[in-house]
Structure formats: structure tokens, C-alpha cells
Design a protein around this ligand. Structure first.
Ligand SMILES: Nc1ncnc2c1ncn2[C@@H]1O[C@H](COP(=O)(O)OP(=O)(O)OP(=O)(O)O)[C@@H](O)[C@H]1O
Length: 361
């Protein structure tokens, strides 16, 4: 089992110096709004992904008025102690190490300590733009497959080069098809790998989502997740050829796996438009738990589950179903936050599941 035994924070968000020790598989962190509950979960996310779940820049996470931060976590996996440390130096340089060895590339750390976060604003995954859904898919696949992450990094780099090249062509009013051919060849190699992995992944994932949805909602509702990609109709090579003229004119790459999306439906109707708020939340949880489940199957051990403010999100029955699953059947370490310690204590006492309660403030 992957287990985080302790966490030390130095100058991280509202924490100057703080140590947390985790004693059992389920830890609840409680306290008033703004006390720093989510920040603890985000620090754990940092340890697993080398970055914040919420802020894109590392600097935003340094305690106000300070320079640099340090996050240290003591993990154990299959009996082996694995300390992980993330340091943001005063210069802005970030260093990530595991077991005393510094990573040359942070991407090599991804997937070693799998983790799934569920946070209040994640419902945007259902109702927001396609970028969040692609990022969700990429987060799952990158944790499962290091080659996928490398291909994704390459794809994004080549895409940027291609877009800069298209802009420079417009500025100089020139065209260079030979150079575009070279970029396209590289984009096709990475893009086709990404498409194949996404396409192969979706049917099994869809099955998992459907199962979780039924158990959270307490009844079977025909929800479905479908992968939308132009590459399902023809090759990326053909698509790039077909769009070349348009790309020159619009000065950007209008086709490729960076335009893919996930489509959610219920009774063959678009989920976004027909589902109630409760149904959206159930789908969100189903997607995240399906992510956790596929990671567990692939790794052979459960990822960490970080559930921020979950009690605010579902009615009591759905919440009970969800907690029962994640805390007694899932078999991994779970961290929850809530503003009401009593609510947590009572819910876990009812379910007869041991709980470590950390009350902040
Ligand atoms: N860089 C920073 N330096 C110092 N404090 C920070 C920094 N970033 C955030 N904070 C503080 O962290 C607190 C918010 O923490 P967090 O989001 O973890 O609260 P929470 O307990 O989860 O609240 P809620 O119950 O409302 O979700 C705020 O008081 C905010 O001022």
C-alpha cells in the first residue's frame, strides 16, 4: 500500500513550519473556512505531481513575505521508505528529490506516487471548456504511462513551434511547405501515439464510470463517456494536409489531438444540458473514482485520494455511499477536509470506520 506517514511544510502558503503525522488509512482535516485545510491537500498533491493542483505558478504558494518553500513527505510503498522533497529556492529554482536523488526531469516523478484529487471547482470538468477534460485525461494517462507523458510533452513543444512558424510566415508573407512537412512529421508521430492511447483507454474507463455512477446515485442511469477526436475519422497526416491552407491563414494549428474532447451523455442526451446539479456532482465523483480505480489496477496499489470539502457536494445518501466505498473498500490512503469535525466523527462512527481527525486552528 502507498502510505504517506508524515508531511512537513516550511513557508508553504499559510504554514510557516508545520508537521503532520498520519496514522491510519483515513485522515480528516477539519477547521474553519480559510484555516488551511485545502493547503494541506495541495502540499500532498505537490509531492505527487511536483506542482500545485490549484496555482499554475510555484511562487503563488510561497508564504506571503517569504522567499522559497519546502515540502517534505515520508512515503512508504511495499515496506520501502521513500522520502520525497520539493524545494522552491529563493532564486525561484525548484528541486524535486526522491530518496535523496534529485530528478533531472520532474516528469520522471509523475506516476511513482499516484494521486487523485477531488475539489469543489472540479465540476467545471463537466460543464466547462474542453481543456479541463483533456487535462483530466492526460493526468490519468500520464500517471499510467511514462511514454505517454513524454509524447505529450513533445507534442506540445512541436505544436508551439508550428504555431510560431505559422505566425512568422504571416508576418513575412512567405510560405515554407518543406519546413512545415518536417514539423508535421514530428507532430504526427507524437499525436498518433497520444490518440491511440486515449482511444484504447476510453471503453474500459467508460465501464468504470458507469459502475461508480450507479453506486453513488443508488440507481442505474445510462451515463456514458465518449472520446471525441477527428483522428477517429482519418489519420493526423490527412487532417494536417486538409487544414494546411486554413492553418496558414489563421496562423495556428486548427487540427490535432489538442482539440480532442470527452463527451458526457445520459440517455443519449448531452449531460451538460440535461443533468441536475446533483447528477453533475455524481458524474464528477464517478470520473475521479474511475480514475483512482484504473490507477489502482494498473499499479497494483491504490493511489492517494484527496477529497476536499466533499460533504458540501452531495446529499447524505450519496455521501454515505461514496464514503463507504472510498474508506472501506478502496484500500488506499484517503484524506478528507470538512469545516465540521462533529459531522465527520458522526459519519465515520455510523460506518464503523476508524478515523484520524486533525483539527486545525
Ligand atoms: N501564499 C500564501 N501565503 C500565506 N497565506 C496564504 C497563501 N496562499 C493562501 N494563503 C492563505 O491560506 C488560507 C486558505 O487556505 P485553504 O484554502 O487551505 O483554506 P480551507 O481551510 O481549505 O478553507 P475552506 O474551508 O474555505 O475551503 C487563506 O487564509 C489564505 O490567506
Amino acid at each position: 500500500m502507498l502510505f504517506l506517514q508524515s508531511l512537513q511544510l516550511v513557508q508553504f502558503k499559510n504554514y510557516s513550519h508545520q508537521t503532520f503525522r498520519f496514522e491510519g488509512p483515513v485522515t480528516a482535516i477539519t477547521g474553519a473556512n480559510g484555516i488551511g485545510k485545502t493547503n494541506v491537500l495541495d502540499a500532498i498533491h505537490y509531492l505527487c505531481f511536483t506542482k500545485s493542483y490549484f496555482q499554475s505558478g510555484d511562487g503563488m504558494n510561497v508564504q506571503h513575505g517569504m522567499q522559497g518553500f519546502r515540502i517534505e513527505g515520508q512515503f512508504t510503498l511495499a515496506g520501502e521508505a521513500l522520502p520525497v522533497s520539493i524545494v522552491l529556492r529563493e532564486t525561484g529554482k525548484k528541486e524535486v528529490s526522491c530518496n535523496g536523488s534529485l530528478y533531472e526531469k520532474f516528469s520522471h516523478h509523475i506516476g511513482r506516487f499516484p494521486c487523485v484529487m477531488i475539489a469543489p471547482d472540479d465540476v467545471e470538468l463537466i460543464i466547462g471548456g474542453s481543456e479541463m477534460r483533456r487535462s483530466f485525461l492526460d493526468t490519468v494517462l500520464s500517471q499510467m504511462d511514462a511514454v505517454y507523458l513524454q509524447q505529450l510533452i513533445s507534442y506540445n513543444k512541436i505544436l508551439q513551434q508550428r504555431n510560431s512558424f505559422l505566425k512568422s510566415c504571416a508576418q513575412t508573407q512567405t510560405r515554407n511547405n518543406a519546413l512545415l512537412d518536417v514539423l508535421d512529421e514530428q507532430l504526427i508521430a507524437a499525436g498518433t501515439y497520444i490518440f491511440t492511447k486515449r482511444n484504447d483507454f476510453l471503453p474500459g474507463f467508460n465501464e468504470q464510470v458507469l459502475q461508480f455512477y450507479s453506486s453513488i446515485a443508488g440507481k442505474a442511469e445510462p451515463v456514458a463517456v465518449t472520446y471525441e477526436s477527428k483522428l477517429r475519422e482519418t489519420s493526423l497526416e490527412n487532417l494536417l494536409q486538409q487544414c494546411r491552407e486554413k492553418d496558414y491563414q489563421l496562423q495556428r494549428s486548427t487540427t490535432g489531438v489538442h482539440r480532442d474532447d470527452l463527451y458526457f451523455s445520459m440517455n443519449d442526451e448531452p449531460f451538460k444540458q440535461t443533468a441536475s446539479q446533483g447528477q453533475r456532482k455524481s458524474l464528477l465523483f464517478s470520473l475521479k473514482l474511475a480514475e483512482a480505480e484504473v490507477l489502482k489496477q494498473q499499479k497494483g496499489f491504490a493511489p492517494l485520494l484527496l477529497l476536499d470539502d466533499v460533504f458540501e457536494k452531495l446529499d447524505q445518501e450519496r455521501m454515505h455511499n461514496l464514503l463507504n466505498y472510498v474508506c472501506s473498500q478502496f484500500g488506499g490512503q484517503v484524506f478528507l477536509t470538512d469545516t465540521h469535525p462533529e459531522r465527520m466523527k458522526n459519519a465515520f462512527a455510523d460506518m464503523q470506520i476508524p478515523l484520524q481527525l486533525i483539527e486545525l486552528g
